[in-house]
Design a binder for this molecule. Structure first.
Ligand SMILES: Nc1ncnc2c1ncn2[C@@H]1O[C@H](COP(=O)(O)OP(=O)(O)OP(=O)(O)O)[C@@H](O)[C@H]1O
Ligand SMILES: [Mg+2]
Length: 508
């Protein structure tokens, strides 16, 4: 076998299996063209003398490396396997979509014969299919892998090779090194087919693909990722940190981490920020805070929708969750938001509880192993429902409790919401609201501003201090209507999480 050179990750995985001497490898992938070209590349790069690559598909039969038909399509898969069993000398056989035929005992038996024949002889059978199917009889002989999505190097090389194809249709692709790097990064998370599609879409907007095309590529990527996984959504409207009222401790923490993030590759793995868990009372700004992390770190923000995952609309929740996490790893550096991660914990249904347990177990391991540069922000309203391991140090860098805002914070929130609506807060004497907004959430403060503005607009005049004050009588805060639950969450969080702002124990 050739000495180890820099090769894309997918090829590396194939190399490991070849080196381990596994004669039958089942590659689960929808990317048929890509696996074909990876196998040709493997034959050339991973062996001292490149073995021939044969390929079989039901409609074409078995063909040699030169394209000549060796076994006709009519003869069926069994005849193709007979050919393999009689073949002498190193070879790579690529059997496409054999999964249907593998339901026949005849084919399964012949595959087992092929295993005996190929082992130790540098003959490798790669079965590729978008459907993963391993009959019990073959479970020991066959190794099943999921073809990883193309990594940055593969995407960059692909973009370069696409430049020639695009040139034929009059599209010019800038192959300058730094442009290729940026295009490669923008395409991360897509398959090669999807990347090709994204490049063509960008070309239809501007036939000169270069740095100006990046927004198109990213837009296309976000659409494709959403369509493909059904559960990952790109959040476009990021929020500046200044739009969050209060939470000074959280803001300081984020600004410090931003510096670490910017240092990126120079830092050791443990120091690169992994993520935070934000828990707290509904309406106090958890979602708002997450939306500000992307802009604070200058990274794109994606959300994984736990409700969609559990809906079953995208297939088995566990598999959907794992696939979504894997896809996101390809898109690092990015911020990944799991909103209401405790979704479903309270489910009475045993089946759902079991699934959730497995999802959490996967999530916890994944949090430690995931690629660097992917920052996870998880939010939960009922952190006490989460497994203890989730909160333990090491998984998240920090667990924050987003409490009811204190008096100062409420005034800040009020100002922010007035200013956002183009109103100067100074003449409105908002200090008058201090004592009347005790125990209010940020959302309730915002509601007060909106209510006062509505009154003023209906009366066709400017908002006054009294409008604001009058609203306070109309709002019954959550901390009153759900007093026990709010107290329970606060008491629970007191010793277990860091507060986003310094504060005394009671409601202030
Ligand atoms: N600290 C704050 N600063 C400014 N606005 C706030 C703040 N807290 C809440 N708000 C306002 O209230 C709205 C609701 O807050 P948000 O959705 O972030 O709450 P949440 O904690 O995620 O609640 P839930 O648990 O119900 O999802 C925000 O969109 C924002 O307008
Ligand atoms: Mg929220």
């Amino acid at each position: 076998m050739s000495p180890k050179a820099e090769i894309p990750r997918a090829l590396e995985e194939i190399r490991d299996l070849i080196e381990a001497g596994r004669p039958i490898i089942y590659v689960h992938t929808p990317e048929e063209e890509r696996i074909s070209s990876l196998l040709r590349e493997a034959a050339e790069k991973l062996f001292d003398t490149a073995p021939p690559v044969f390929s079989w598909r039901e409609t074409e039969g078995l063909r040699g490396a030169d394209g000549a038909t060796l076994v006709t399509a009519d003869a069926g898969p069994r005849a193709a396997l007979d050919y393999v069993v009689e073949h002498a000398g190193p070879a790579v056989f690529h059997l496409q979509d054999l999964h249907e035929a593998m339901h026949s005992s005849d084919v399964v038996r012949r595959l087992r014969d092929a295993y005996e024949h190929c082992v130790g002889k540098n003959i490798f059978i790669f079965i590729s299919s978008p459907v993963a199917y391993v009959p019990d009889e073959l479970a020991r002989d066959l190794v099943l892998i999921d073809l990883p999505l193309p990594d940055f190097d593969e995407l960059k090389a692909f973009t370069q090779s696409e430049a020639a194809a695009l040139a034929e249709s009059g599209v010019k692709l800038d192959t300058d090194e730094s442009t290729l790097n940026q295009i490669g990064r923008a395409l991360q998370g897509l398959t090669l087919n999807e990347s090709r599609h994204a490049l063509r879409r960008a070309a239809s907007a501007n036939p000169e693909i270069g740095l100006d095309s990046l927004p198109y590529l990213l837009e296309e990527k976000h659409l494709l990722v959403k369509k493909k996984t059904g559960v990952i959504e790109y959040i476009a409207n990021s929020i500046p940190l200044e739009d969050i009222g209060g939470a000074p401790i959280l803001k300081k923490w984020l600004l410090e981490r931003r510096r670490l993030f910017e240092m990126g590759d120079e830092l050791s793995r443990e120091i690169v920020p992994k993520g935070i868990l934000l828990m707290g009372i509904s309406g106090c700004g958890k979602s708002l805070a997450v939306k500000s992390i992307g802009s604070c770190f200058h990274l794109p923000l994606y959300r994984i929708d736990m409700i969609e995952i559990f809906s079953g609309r995208h297939g088995n929740p566990e598999a959907t969750f794992v696939a979504a996490c894997k896809t996101m790893e390809e898109m690092a550096p990015a911020v990944l938001w799991f909103d209401e991660i405790e979704m479903g914990v309270t489910s009475k249904n045993d089946d759902a509880a079991g699934t959730l347990g497995r999802i959490f177990a996967f999530f916890l391991t994944w949090m430690q192993e995931k690629s660097r540069g992917l920052f996870v922000a998880a939010t939960a309203n009922r952190i006490d429902l989460l497994p203890a391991e989730m909160i333990r140090k090491g998984r998240f860098d920090e667990v924050f409790f987003v409490d009811l805002p204190n008096e100062e914070e409420r005034m800040e929130i009020c100002k922010i919401h007035l200013e956002k609506r183009g109103i100067d807060p100074d003449p409105l004497e908002i200090d008058r609201l201090r004592q009347f907004t005790k125990g209010w959430t940020g959302a309730e403060v915002e509601q007060c501003v909106v209510g006062a503005l509505t009154t003023a607009r209906l009366a066709e005049r400017d908002i006054t201090s009294d409008d604001l004050l009058n609203q306070t009588g109309k709002i019954v805060p959550l901390s009153q209507t759900m007093r026990e639950q709010v107290e329970h969450i606060r008491a629970w969080a007191l010793d277990r999480a860091i507060r986003t702002a310094p504060r005394s124990r009671g409601i202030t």
